[in-house]
Design a protein around this ligand. Structure first.
Ligand code: GUN
Length: 284
């Protein structure tokens, strides 16, 4: 039976550390602040944004929400980002994705000041990650790296398979595993003989977006399996991995919920603290 990797516990530790950092900053008169932009009324986005505000309150970070209607035009959104870029009390800016159809996410992301880009989605931050010299990491891949560390999974020399090639998860995830000396394969919807590839993985990262897509026969016995999926199945939150079957084969595995999700949220708190330090000159 696989060891369970407890994302909730690791996230709590990271949030506790972030809260201690926030307290130290407060003593120097610095209050980290996060601005969250949400456009439209996507129910999943609403839940994520509410959770982020709750995390901020717990950690001692000031937060404010900018909720805009779905028919907001791009110029209004860009003007909002610009005003947040110019505010000293805002350390981090996050625009919840996806945006409603017709709004170009890349234009909005590019408008965020790179040193306030707590998602690490700005092209300049993406480039820095590629070069291995960065201030911010995107929250989900950064959280996965913490979980691998926590589970005692060695990465160097190991076969790592990432399923999914999104800018938010798959691509940066592959880059981080490669920088940790893993041998990385990226799979996606056009990959042939997917199960053959996944069965070679010592570390399998599932970021597909399809409930229970990864079955037990796709997993190498003893592998570490990280489930990034957040799907709804019969009204219940469910990962990309068929957990009940997979835990009989894997060596270590993350649950959904309680695995990667809480880590993404915790890493956002850490990034916001980092942003506050950069802007106050404590970090270069
Ligand atoms: N939508 C899904 N995941 C994310 C994330 O990490 N950041 C933002 N801004 N939007 C998302």
């Amino acid at each position: 039976m696989a060891r369970l990797i407890d994302g909730k516990a690791v996230a709590l530790r990271i949030k506790t550390q972030a809260a201690a950092e926030v307290e130290k900053l407060r003593q120097r008169g610095i209050i980290p602040g996060l601005a969250v932009i949400i456009v439209g009324d996507d129910p999943a986005s609403r839940v994520y944004v509410n959770n982020k505000k709750k995390d901020c309150a717990e950690v001692g970070i000031y937060s404010e929400e900018h909720a805009l209607p779905a028919d907001t035009d791009l110029n209004r959104l860009l003007a909002l980002v610009e005003s947040l870029n110019n505010r000293d009390d805002i350390s981090g800016i996050l625009c919840q994705l996806p945006l409603p159809k017709g709004l170009a996410a890349d234009e909005v992301i590019s408008a965020i000041a790179p040193n306030k880009d707590v998602d690490a989605f700005h092209p300049s931050n993406v480039g820095k990650i590629m070069l291995g010299d960065y201030q911010f990491l995107p929250c989900t891949p950064a959280g996965v790296m913490e979980l691998l560390k926590e589970s005692g999974t060695e990465i160097a020399g190991k076969d790592c398979v990432v399923i999914g090639r999104s800018n938010i998860v798959g691509k940066p995830m592959a880059m981080l595993l490669m920088q940790a000396d893993g041998t990385v394969t990226i799979c996606h919807s056009k990959t042939k003989s997917l199960a053959e590839v996944t069965r070679r993985a010592d570390i399998l990262i599932a970021a597909i977006g399809r409930a229970k897509f990864i079955t037990a026969d796709m997993i190498k016995p003893g592998a570490t399996v990280i489930d990034v999926g957040m799907n709804r199945l019969d009204g219940k939150l469910c990962g990309d991995v068929d957990f009940e079957a997979a835990e009989k084969v894997a060596g270590a595995i993350t649950p959904v919920p309680g695995g990667v999700g809480p880590m993404t949220r915790a890493m956002l708190m850490q990034n916001t603290v980092t942003a506050a330090k950069i802007q106050s000159g404590i970090l270069k």
